[in-house]
Write a protein that binds this ligand. Structure first.
Ligand code: SF4
Ligand code: SF4
Length: 382
């Protein structure tokens, strides 16, 4: 296996024609990106039943399945674990996914987002047995789970199902490597111990690693002006021996070009670079107000449909760039068009869905206070 073969196209954050509508995938631009990606010799597409409200799978059908021979690409799809209500649902969802993609087998198939409540749903609905059968009858060449919890739960899952799983897809990046709630290093070590390959999601932690403070950007520039911040994050993951795929969610052609440059000229991370990233992880942890990866799972769960990641994004930007006029932006753009952060009823539903274990209602309260105070100061400024 070469480093180059590790570059996976994550299809959770595809280019959009309307940034406020996640289903408005820009098919033309996506097709162009797929052509560049395939032409450069890359071929792995990762999607799920849920991404872009189901449109991600359809966009892959149009860009890849209808335009390239089946043997020239690989597709990974995922069971919507949270939506399972009976054992029959396994077949229903798999049938729907195959139909949306217009394929008759998956190269890789995961049980999506295993955490405490959704592990129970998967077990109650016989999903582990179902995906084992998918592998036996050729509907999936490889099977696994995507995992969003700590090492204690992963050990429990691998102890029970490690012998049938080929792959664990983990959130892994240099910021979460030693993080006490994500425990990426411990989870990686467990996968190695139980003989599962590791596929990486969120190598940039949903953009937290790159959308950082000016001070951190300057540190990277001084350390090596020729390499992008994203390229360090990708190389951190792809340099790990048992990591076989690193997904990059790319919503612009320039993201794709930067990644191609990284993989076409791949160099494993040096010791110096590794030490530098340790220092940057420490600095980043201190500078990020809410470590939200903008995955969006909480929004789907929230009965008030509060655009939680958008509020956290604005909050982080405001904290990192206090001189910016983002206070006004919060009220103008989100306050008028979206559900305000103070519509939160503290029902707590979102917390179970959060992949980063964020105490969302408490953090939303801080967001609201921050913007209200900042806006009063701004509005009162001469
Ligand atoms: S606690 Fe607030 S943000 Fe979370 S689901 Fe309930 S209303 Fe939505
Ligand atoms: S708050 Fe949690 S679930 Fe919601 S987008 Fe951020 S990381 Fe994802």
């Amino acid at each position: 296996m070469t480093y180059k073969s590790k570059f996976g196209f994550g299809c959770m954050r595809l280019p959009l024609t309307d940034e406020n509508d996640p289903t408005s995938v820009d098919q033309e631009l996506f097709n162009e990106m797929v052509d560049v990606y395939m032409e450069k010799g890359y071929n792995y597409f990762d999607t799920s039943y849920a991404y872009h409200g189901g449109i991600s799978e359809i966009a892959i059908r149009k860009a890849v399945v209808e335009r390239y021979p089946r043997e020239s690409y690989q597709i990974c799809d995922k069971m919507p674990t949270w939506a399972l209500t009976s054992a029959e649902d396994n077949e229903k969802f798999v049938g729907e996914m195959l139909e949306r993609l217009a394929i008759d087998y998956f190269d890789v198939f995961f049980i999506h987002n295993i955490n405490v409540p959704w592990l129970k749903l998967a077990e109650d609905n016989n999903t582990f047995e179902y995906v084992k059968k998918m592998k036996e009858d050729g509907t999936a060449k490889k099977i696994g789970i995507s995992f969003h919890d700590n090492a204690t739960l992963l050990k429990e899952v691998l102890e029970k199902y490690g012998d049938i799983l080929d792959i664990v897809q983990l959130e892994l990046n240099y910021l979460d490597w030693e993080d006490k709630s994500i425990e990426a290093r411990k989870c990686y070590d467990l996968c190695v111990e139980y003989g599962c390959d590791v596929y990486v999601m969120e190598p940039l932690k949903g953009g937290v690693i790159v959308n950082t403070s000016d001070e951190i950007k300057k540190d990277f520039e001084e350390f090596n002006p020729d390499k992008s911040i994203a390229s360090f994050a990708i190389r951190f993951c792809a340099s790990l021996e048992h990591v076989k795929i690193v997904l990059s969610g790319m919503s612009k052609m320039s993201d794709l070009e930067d990644n191609i440059h990284t993989y076409d000229n791949f160099e494993p991370l040096s010791e110096d670079e590794s030490e530098f990233l340790d220092k940057m992880a420490l600095k980043l942890r201190q500078s990020v107000a809410v470590a939200c990866s903008e995955c969006g799972y909480c929004v789907e769960a929230c009965p008030e449909m509060i655009p939680i990641p958008e509020y956290f994004h604005l909050y982080n930007t405001s904290k990192n760039q206090p001189e910016s006029n983002i206070y006004k932006h919060y009220f103008d753009k989100l306050g008028d068009e979206k559900v305000p952060a103070d519509d939160c009823t503290y029902c707590g539903t979102c917390v179970d869905h959060c992949t980063q274990k964020i105490e969302i209602p408490d953090e939303l309260e801080k967001v609201r206070e921050h913007f209200e105070e900042g806006f009063s100061a701004y509005a009162g400024a001469p």
